[in-house]
Write a protein that binds this ligand. Sequence first.
Ligand SMILES: [Zn+2]
Ligand SMILES: [Zn+2]
Ligand SMILES: [Zn+2]
Ligand SMILES: [Zn+2]
Length: 270
Amino acid sequence: MAATQDSVTCAVCMEVYRSPRFLPCYHSFCLPCLEELANKHGKIIRCPTCRAPATVPPGGVCDLQVNFYFTEEALEEVRNEKSQSRCPVHTKECVIFYCTQCDQAICIRCKLTKHEGHTTEDLSEKVARCKKTIEDKLQSIMANISLGKDKLEFCRQNEKGALEKRAAVRKQVLQMMETFQSRAGEMIGLMEGDLTNYSLQCIERQDRMTDRLEREKEAERLDRKEEAERLARERAGDRLEREGDMTRLEEYIPELPMFQEDSDDIDAYI
Ligand SMILES: [Zn+2]
Ligand SMILES: [Zn+2]
Ligand SMILES: [Zn+2]
Ligand SMILES: [Zn+2]
């Protein structure tokens, strides 16, 4: 219910209701006004408006039905309005004009005396215009806030995207390094196997050469010239082959990949 000044005025004190209570006749009065009546008249009081008798409850007038139509908030608002809309000079008059020259709300008596000849307008129109200006400004502020929020959200999304991209790149690099390490490990294994084979072959060949040399010396001692010559030729062949082995080994060794276990530095790059 809209609280107009007339509907919220107590008929006893002529002020805006203070904690209003209903009498059984449904007329409302302030609690303090009813308390005053009960103090004067005892258990039975008469309605100040319609004179209908009402019995005061055992707990006192405060136990009468509360008038819930007017919240304390609404009553307070009307009280403020009432005090503000009175002319400070002519206290019985309400301010109803706005003097644009003096930038001030005035009553009819002000308009006819102190503000005579000044340009005035209807106060309610001025109030409506002010309200509209405030609402417009509020709207523009709200729009700016909303825009700011959008921008903030956009930045958050961008930041999130950048972080995701960074994580993806990091993962990719780590995977590449892992693949590289395992492949390098395999290669080293293979090369080590090859080297072992070569070394074994070299040792075998060396043994064979030693054996032939001994047999060659034995043949010379026994003056078996043909056999000695054949063994010398075979030994020369062995020597050539061994030189070939050594060359291959020497060529092989620089191919071994130089390998670094330390992969912590990756964080410095991604
Ligand atoms: Zn009252
Ligand atoms: Zn009544
Ligand atoms: Zn006045
Ligand atoms: Zn004026």
